[in-house]
Design a protein. Structure first.
Length: 113
C-alpha cells in the first residue's frame, strides 16, 4: 500500500532549527512533484514548499530564506530543513504527493518564544 511516512518535528525556541522527513513507502517509482503543507490551529492548510522532478523548488513568501526543501537521489524521500524558526511557524506539517493526492500523517512543530 502506498503511503507517505513522516518523521522529525518537535519543539524548539525561536531561532532554532528542525528537519522534517517524508518517505514514500510501499512502492518504488519516480514521484514527480512533492510538497510540504502546514496547518496552524484555526487556520486553513497552506502550502509551504514544493519540489519538482528536476529539483526546482518554490516557497511560500513567509518561509523564503529560512526553509529548504530537498530530496534524496531516488526521489523517494523529501526533507524540509527549517532554520530561524519563529512562533508563527507553529503548526502541524504534512507532506503531500499530488500525483496520487496522498498525504503524510502529519507532524507537530512548536516554536516557543
Amino acid at each position: 500500500q502506498l503511503r507517505l511516512v513522516q518523521s522529525g518535528g518537535g519543539s524548539v525556541q525561536t531561532g532554532g532549527s528542525l528537519r522534517l522527513s517524508c518517505a514514500i513507502s510501499g512502492r518504488s517509482f519516480s514521484p514527480g512533484a512533492m510538497a510540504w503543507y502546514r496547518q496552524a490551529p484555526g487556520k486553513e492548510r497552506e502550502v509551504v514548499a514544493t519540489i519538482i522532478a528536476n529539483g526546482q523548488a518554490n516557497y511560500a513568501d513567509s518561509v523564503k530564506g529560512r526553509f529548504t526543501i530537498s530530496k534524496d537521489k531516488t526521489g523517494q524521500i523529501i526533507y524540509l530543513q527549517m532554520n530561524n524558526l519563529k512562533p508563527e511557524d507553529t503548526a502541524e506539517y504534512y507532506c503531500r504527493l499530488p500525483r496520487f493526492d496522498l498525504w503524510g500523517q502529519g507532524t507537530q512543530v512548536t516554536v516557543s518564544l
